[in-house]
Write a protein that binds this ligand. Structure first.
Ligand SMILES: [Mn+2]
Length: 428
């Protein structure tokens, strides 16, 4: 495989966190204090925690990915300040869980000069509020799962309402989500790296796909390749043989591949917190039947049409209408539908979402703009015929169209068959 597979950040992947903070300050509707928490790992069971992931807005503003940190940003007229609060280095804790971040490291990663210990943030914020100079306090109040434990921001919001009932609490999430829709060159480079690792993982799956192999064995090849290459998983892999592909978020992975089946693999890498999101569909035996190929070609046609329509100014919702038209017309021509308006039987999800720090990245959907990174993922799900087909790619909106970032990964039916044949001729 000649694609470069970075294991570490390269110069092109550098992010300018200072400019992210500047853009946030400019986007605030008025003066105020912005407080973001890096978060803490969730308890999984007994004394075991889930793997920690930083609050993505915290990471976006600081470049830091350690738990129990706080960043406080202020804006007052033309004055802007940033101050970090981090856990002090504790040699006892280091013996158990490794090196902690020093103040110097936090400074150089974030480009924030003022770094204090985390026990100091609350008195600092209280002083700012009591100064009367800051009309609003902004917190990241996005909380999708109300049944879960409250975040640090939610708990602090309650505390503020008790201690400083006159201070308005505003939600900074929608403002940051708006900024995160447009990606910088460094962010795009990280998505590209995630795509390169995804391609290597897919190649490992294709090399080992044959009747008799199980979905979890294929997952082992995929996940092993990613982890062994220094990347991570963007989301739990969907490796679905036959009718399992009609379950959109199939992650059970217990079935054995049967002769004549089609596999749908929606699995991708994360690299330095940025995600790929890729789906490929291919035949268990290395060759599509004519009926399978016709469906794959139709999904490919929809993908092609959508990408051809994407350019700045096009409303995002038009992509979904276009997909339904192409798939409806095609399914009627193939004899699966009497009327194209019934396409909802076979296609029932969105064709495109933002991609970035989150797999379904944040931000409102309006008109396309240069610098957006989006998926294109038409699909057809024929449970009664025992198969599903989806082709998912990642594209960058350019000033006059799209650049297909995942163009490096074979996509069309014939290209998939050829790639699989090559890989099986020389596995590993
Ligand atoms: Mn997707």
């Amino acid at each position: 495989m000649s694609d470069s597979l970075p294991a570490d950040l390269t110069a092109e992947m550098t992010l300018d966190f200072e400019s992210h903070r500047q853009r946030l300050w400019e986007a605030l509707p008025g003066d105020g204090i912005v407080i973001l928490f890096s978060g803490r790992p969730l308890l999984r069971t007994a004394d075991e925690e889930y793997r920690y992931a930083p609050n993505h807005n915290y990471y976006y503003l600081t470049g830091l990915d350690r738990e129990n940190q706080v960043v406080v940003l202020t804006r007052r007229g033309s004055e802007r300040t940033a101050r970090l609060f981090i856990e002090p280095v504790d040699p006892h804790a280091e013996a158990w869980t490794g090196r902690m971040m020093t103040a110097e490291q936090a400074q150089s990663l974030s480009n924030i000069g003022e770094v204090e210990t985390v026990d100091r943030w609350l008195p600092f914020v209280n002083r700012l509020i009591e100064s009367g100079h800051y009309p609003d306090v902004y917190l990241d109040l996005e909380h999708r799962e109300w049944a879960g434990p409250p975040s640090d921001a939610i708990r602090f919001a309650h505390r503020l309402m008790e201690k400083h009932p006159g201070t308005p609490v505003a939600n900074v999430f929608p403002i940051l989500a708006e900024l995160r829709r447009i990606k910088s060159a460094g962010e795009i480079a990280r998505v590209r790296a995630a795509i390169a690792h995804t391609k290597a993982g897919l190649a490992a799956i294709l090399a080992h796909t044959r009747p008799g192999v199980s979905e979890f064995q294929l997952n082992g090849h995929f996940t092993g390749t990613l982890i062994g290459g220094g990347a991570g998983l963007a989301y739990p892999p969907i490796i679905a043989t036959g009718a399992n592909a009609a379950v959109l978020h199939y992650t059970t992975l217990r079935d054995t591949v049967q002769p004549g089946e089609v596999l749908l693999v929606d699995a991708a890498a994360e690299f330095s917190y940025y995600k790929a999101d890729i789906t490929r569909t291919f035949p268990a035996d290395g060759t599509f039947t004519e009926a399978q190929r016709a469906l794959h070609d139709l999904v490919g046609e929809a993908s092609h049409e959508v990408m051809a329509a994407m350019r700045p100014g096009v409303p995002h919702r038009e992509l979904q209408n276009l997909t339904r038209r192409v798939l409806g017309r095609g399914m009627k021509a193939l004899g699966y539908l009497r009327d194209e308006s019934e396409i909802g039987q076979y296609y029932f999800h969105g064709v495109s979402h933002y991609l970035g720090l989150d797999t379904h990245d944040v931000g409102e959907y309006r008109e396309l703009e240069p610098g957006m990174v989006l998926t294109v993922e038409p699909g057809l799900y024929l449970k009664d015929h025992g198969l599903g087909v989806r082709i998912e790619d990642d594209v960058l909106i350019t000033p006059d169209g799209v650049e297909v970032l995942s163009d490096t990964i074979p996509r069309d039916a014939r290209a998939m068959e050829q790639w699989m044949a090559e890989l099986q001729a020389s596995p590993d």
